[in-house]
Write a protein that binds this ligand. Sequence first.
Ligand code: SF4
Length: 350
Amino acid sequence: MCDVSEALLDWYDIHARSMPWRVMPADRKAGVRPNPYAVWLSEVMLQQTTVAAVRAYHSKFMTLWPTVSDLAAAEDAEVMAAWAGLGYYARARNLLKCARAVVADHGGRFPQDHDALLKLPGIGPYTAAAVSAIAFDAPSTVLDGNVERVMARLHDDHTPLPAAKPVFMDYARRHTSHSRPGDYAQAVMDLGATICTQKSPACGICPLRPCCAAQAAGTQADLPKKTPKKPKPTRHGIAYVARRADGAWLLETRPDTGLLGGMLGWPTTEWGDDPAPAEPAPAQWQTLNDAARHTFTHFHLILQVRTAWLAQDARPSRGRFITAEAFNPSALPTVMQKAYTLAAATLRPL
Ligand code: SF4
């Protein structure tokens, strides 16, 4: 009989990837406990983002705000600026809400209980399971894209995602270790990320090979099956990139709700099929030949870029001026950085 949990843990003891927020298996066995704040921060950042991209952001946040209380006390704008470039900005807004709830309702300590974690802002079933398993060694089952792939292949299950999620969760639950749930959660995710990869699973060096039905059937490359997605629509908009005579840039903080909510950016029109112009100030607006293109989860965006110099006494209807010295393009979300890169050459000081 093949013991998936045991095989995975034996493999993880040797091959665990070192990560700033991770307690390695030998240290864990020696009694070192993870920092729940660092684990929670990593799990929020890792949603939709690779480990490679998250490392630098995680270090930056841990340096700026070493505890959940420090983060809870931070200015919203500082946190949004530190998050810029990581994408999916609702995560940053929820991060702050969650930190403040942990301080207000739990005395600055993350609750250990899965259900209590689930009640915190921005913590869904996956993150609650990951934090309770990894930070507190609770026997919670994690199911992310990596784990779904491993489960589909282990069981040679051709049910398409997302309909297959409850079935894959059931498999994952059956394999979850009750003696080392935290290490198990990280082991199965590591295996999916490094061995049982989407494009070319390395079955030859996989510790689960003796247990794997898809490998035996030769179907691993076809799994998991997925219900075809509808093609993404394309939306259009106009970004207005303007400088005042003294070099200050005109920016606005986007509304808290909606895409890029709470982030600093250029004033734009609505994003749609053919949005009406919405200049933030009367000026000689120049349309650039190139547009800023960006793909969000549900649509592609083509943002036409218009630039202008504004008089020193200009009174824009939207946004606020930020001096050239205080302006930091890296504090903008990626699509706004793209518009800046296109516009900057036409707005050099005269
Ligand atoms: S044997 Fe291959 S398909 Fe099966 S779990 Fe391992 S890497 Fe994935």
